[in-house]
Design a protein around this ligand. Structure first.
Ligand code: AMP
Length: 191
């Protein structure tokens, strides 16, 4: 199963991806996690990305695509993947489709987790207290939500146009949301 998870920051993509990877037996590929690992490791790329991430903006398309290609060409991703945090804009969407065509692994479906913005702000405040992410401050969260609406919403519209988008209600117990996501997957999931 080759799956993209869409949804605003704090909509539960990371949490759901962690649960679904066990069900689907495919890796969870989060560009945010890849970038945070690069920042932590202090690589040149990480140093470049840090300020942009701390401001809630998008890291350059080239950097993220390079990291993504490296990850998706690892052997465990040959079975499929759950992509979380990518694509974030239409240019990344085009780049993803080209990369997957090159790998002979077209996308099966894009699942969008719908969560009302009041709840998003609440959830991120909870996550900030728990995980201490530097980009979870109220000001940065506002910027990330703005960037999402401006740049990432069009990605959902694109997947809708090509008939690959499924929207799932992301409000509720984790188990219930996971069940909804599994139910929204195309029949290939059962194979
Ligand atoms: P996330 O963990 O997906 O919320 O990502 C955290 C931060 O990493 C984002 O606010 C961006 O600064 C950066 N980031 C993650 N994925 C991407 C991407 N696909 N393109 C550009 N920047 C990204």
């Amino acid at each position: 199963m080759r799956l993209v998870l869409l949804g605003a920051p704090g909509s539960g993509k990371g949490t759901q991806a962690e649960r679904l990877k066990k069900e689907l037996d495919v890796p969870h590929v989060s560009t945010g996690d890849l970038l945070r690992a690069a920042v932590k490791a202090g690589t040149p790329l990480g140093l470049k990305a840090k300020a942009v991430m701390d401001a809630g903006r998008l890291v350059s398309d080239d950097i993220v695509l390079g990291m993504l290609e490296e990850r998706l060409t690892q052997p465990d991703a040959a079975r499929g993947f759950i992509l979380d945090g990518y694509p974030r804009n239409l240019a990344q969407c085009t780049a993803l489709e080209a990369l997957l065509a090159k790998l002979g692994q077209p996308l099966d479906v894009a699942i969008k987790l719908d969560v009302p913005s009041e709840l998003i702000v609440e959830r991120i405040a909870g996550r900030a207290a728990k995980e201490g992410r530097v980009d979870d401050t109220p000001e940065t969260v506002r910027e990330r939500l703005r960037v999402y609406a401006e740049q990432t919403e069009p990605v959902a519209s694109h997947f809708e146009k090509i008939g690959k988008l499924r929207c799932v209600d992301g409000v509720g117990e984790l188990e219930e949301v996971s069940r909804r996501v599994l139910a929204a997957l195309p029949a290939i999931a059962a194979a």
